[in-house]
Design a binder for this molecule. Structure first.
Ligand code: HEM
Length: 113
């Protein structure tokens, strides 16, 4: 199950980056890619949710994971609207590093930390 969760967020982040560059270059297919990226948000959330065995232990992991997803969506929407995205990129990077640390130090799956 951790492998499905990892696959979901790796693909989700690649799609997020592709959608971002398509929005930047005003590619008309960006809208479609954005929809697929959103589908992956759901998959990340569902596969992560299935890994929760103890809410006390995993609540922080879940909240930070949701912040990563929210930051990705804010970057995309603000890029589309032509607004500044630096604050959202910082939020995305900080939350992403934190969630990787949490995921890999929590009991299941790989334990790098
Ligand atoms: C983009 C967002 C996310 C990223 C990058 C991410 C990353 C990770 C990583 C690296 C792991 C460790 C896998 C392993 O040890 O093999 C993991 C595990 C886990 N994730 Fe996520 N995650 C995200 C979103 C979420 C969300 C939204 C939830 C909750 C709904 C969640 C719940 C969990 C749980 C419960 C585990 C198991 C932790 C363990 O005991 O090892 N994740 N995640």
């Amino acid at each position: 199950m951790t492998h499905i969760h990892i696959t979901a967020w790796v693909i989700g982040i690649i799609l997020f980056l592709v959608t971002y560059s398509m929005l930047k270059s005003e590619n008309p297919k960006a809208k479609m890619l954005h929809m697929i990226t959103r589908l992956f948000y759901l998959l990340i959330f569902l596969t992560g949710g299935m890994l929760i065995t103890d809410f006390g232990v995993y609540a922080v992991k879940m909240i930070v994971g949701i912040i990563v997803i929210a930051a990705m969506e804010m970057v995309l929407v603000r890029t589309k609207k032509g607004k500044g995205t630096s604050a959202m990129w910082i939020l995305f990077i900080v939350a992403f590093i934190f969630v990787l640390y949490l995921g890999f130090s929590l009991p299941q799956g790989f334990d790098f930390f």
